[in-house]
Write a protein that binds this ligand. Sequence first.
Ligand code: FRU
Length: 455
Amino acid sequence: DRATAHLRPAAHFTARDTWLNDPNGLVLHDGTWHLFFQNNPHGATHGNMSWGHATSDDLVSWTEQPVAIRHTATEEIFSGSAVVDEKNTAGFAGPGQTALVAVYTSAYRPAHPTLAGRQAQSLAYSLDDGRTWTRYAGNPVLDRGSADFRDPKVFWYDGEDGEGHWVMVAVEATDRQVVMYRSADLKHWEHLSTFGPAHATGGVWECPDLFPLPVRGTRRTRWVMIVSLNPGGVAGGSGAQYFVGDFDGTTFTPERPGDGPHGADWLDHGRDYYAPVSFNGVSDGRRLTVGWASNWDYANETPTSPWRSTMSLARELTLVRTSDGRDRVAQRPVLPEEAREGLSVHELRLPADGRRRHEIVLHGDGPDEVVLTVDAAARTLVSDRRRSGDTAFHPAFPSVDTAPLHDVGETVDVTVVVDGCVLEVYACGGLTTLTQVVFPTAPLTQVAVRETTAG
Ligand code: FRU
């Protein structure tokens, strides 16, 4: 569709001519980054859920591969994760082979003879580096009899005994709970503990993740749990909160258990950042995530064709201790120099003295614009996309969204990445991010900074 070709991003993954939502099965294997994703192989709206597949050498240039795991008449393939089974714990690999194992949610369709309406966890494996996938004959491997048990994230946990085992976090979505299990072989799972409801609970909990993360400049490592929720996100509709705490191999304990919805910490303050999860298989110590840059409020109606929805950039996470004594997640985009050519990256440093406010106006050759207002005194960054082009396709779309700024010094650093229909904003060393999509008639590749005085 020529009319929306300028909206297709270069460094953010989109499917060629179909629908996508959550990133699934993020894994680095033999130097190749694998991004599986919730995909409708037959159209550009949510349905017929299957795992699409893309690969990359650098996390910015992606090649779409054939659909990895397809829906059937009785089963849709919902979100989940993938692991490299180095020790062949599941026994899927033959001599000299290494199995990639996908752990996904079987969402059983009405036509299923015995499990209709249920959600349970299943396995598929690949013995050819992710090209082709075989479903495990013993599926499902974990069934709680629930209709809302989904989105398993599995990772290897070294444990204290030096043996190690697999840990799974998944959600009981409508209970707003994360349930944790352990396994030696990915096939048999033993319940460990249950976390939640906690902090933001205004919608179903989805797509959890749990991982250790170093605190920058210290030798300390803390555990971070990500929980997406929809609705009830900070900007309205879908959003992703995180908890900082400790995991002892059985139980996750957040550092601020009693804070309620207003104490929630958010991975992003825009309307279009959902279901972020981290890569498995990264051995250099980096914690890298990808999210889905949309919102269930209007995801099925965004005006692009023949594809619909885009992923975020990959982001590297660390914890930073802020002056209030809290350890907060800071993020920066994975964006090598070579990849910056096709996009607009604006790196700004605005003075934060007195009552001056700064408006960062993102525009193109037409009248469409997004205005980012940095108010250092109020410690906020406000994004206004009400005049950003096509905003009429859904009433929740033309929005004004506010993000807090942390540890404002003499300047506020703001990096804006504009890539087709996606804008990612990083401020204050990545302690604040705001991600959103826009649909202008010409790309908003130019920037102007205006100074105003706060009233
Ligand atoms: C999150 C989600 C998941 C589910 C998938 C279905 O966006 O609703 O909970 O597994 O999408 O496509």
